[in-house]
Write a protein that binds this ligand. Structure first.
Ligand code: ATP
Length: 296
């Protein structure tokens, strides 16, 4: 095998809690992660010429070590030196800087693919140990599906698959710095924390209405105040019949969960023909199959 094709799925946070700020500056989180079908594509080809050559369809993205795909390949070759090199084509569809772990999922797919291509035989947990060096969300992006994420994001517990539904994603045209959001998050007695355990129970009971009712993201206390577009999109999604809507990660992407396909489609066309049109997607939860084959 000289070429491997991979899909790198985006994630949303069905719930996101921040427990405390650690002395080293990291935040301890508790999150329910969910993969969605929206994905980037990677094609990795082994070449006789050593080195890493990355191309992408987005001209504003770096193609050097500042791209997480390049960084993942670099890390892999540092650990497992090879006589060969790689050409990597990254086809991005996940909105960038959107709160959907686009870069982390690309890095995870790259590590997964290189492990296959060079037959290095790393287990999932060994790949995750390597991946966390690239970013706290990379271990989850290797796991995928529905999962509880704790610590700084690296302690993962797979959960029963969340009940399936139609997922509408809308990214408003604002850019939010993750650093800014965390710096302005105040954690005190008045902080409303998501009911993570309640959501785990709702997911286990396969109740979509109860899961949707518990959508909550503590970071919205910062972003809803500063970016009214976020609350507006959520309200509009609910008016169109979403069971509920929430901002993913540190934003600004908002997702709405719909049980009714017709209502989801009406909402999709509403946003698709508006100012957020280019960054509006209709998708669904992605659950990896046990024997998931990630290459053609
Ligand atoms: P998160 O949900 O983990 O906060 P995000 O969706 O907000 O992630 P990304 O799209 O992963 O943000 O990355 C945003 C930044 O990372 C951009 O500044 C971008 O230039 C850089 N970056 C590096 N590699 C990639 C990549 N492969 N895809 C997207 N962005 C990348």
């Amino acid at each position: 095998m000289n070429t491997i094709y991979l899909k790198a799925y985006a994630k949303i946070n069905l719930a996101l809690d921040v427990l405390r700020r650690r002395p080293d500056g990291y935040h301890e989180v508790r999150m329910i992660m969910q993969s969605v079908r929206l994905h980037d594509r990677l094609r990795i080809t082994r070449t006789r010429t050593p080195g890493i050559r990355l191309k992408t369809n987005l001209d504003f993205l770096p193609t050097n070590e500042n791209n997480l795909v390049y960084a993942a390949a670099n890390l892999f070759f540092e650990q497992f030196p090879q006589d060969y090199g790689v050409n990597i084509q990254l086809d991005k569809r996940i909105p960038v800087s959107a709160g959907m772990a686009g870069g982390s999922t690309d890095a995870a797919a790259a590590l997964f693919g290189l492990n296959r291509l060079f037959q290095t035989g790393l287990s999932l947990s060994e790949l995750q140990k390597l991946g966390v060096k690239l970013g706290a969300d990379v271990p989850y992006c290797l796991l995928r599906g529905t999962a509880l994420s704790e610590g700084i994001g690296e302690i993962l517990t797979p959960l029963a698959p969340a009940p399936s539904c139609h997922v509408l994603l809308v990214k408003p045209p604002v850019s939010i710095s993750t650093k800014h959001v965390y710096e302005h998050l105040s954690l005190d007695e008045s902080t409303v924390h998501p009911d993570i355990d309640g959501m785990i129970d709702a997911i286990r009971r396969k109740s979509l209405p109860d899961t949707a009712a518990l959508l909550s993201n503590v970071l919205e206390s910062v972003t809803r105040r500063e970016y009214p577009a976020i609350a507006d999109i959520e309200d509009t999604m609910r008016e169109f019949g979403a069971l509920n809507a929430l901002m993913s990660g540190s934003g600004p992407t908002v997702f709405g969960l719909f049980s009714d396909r017709g209502r989801a489609e009406k909402a999709f066309y509403h946003f698709k023909t508006g100012p957020c049109g280019r960054q509006t997607f209709m998708t669904a939860f992605f659950q990896p199959a046990v024997s998931d084959i990630r290459h053609k």
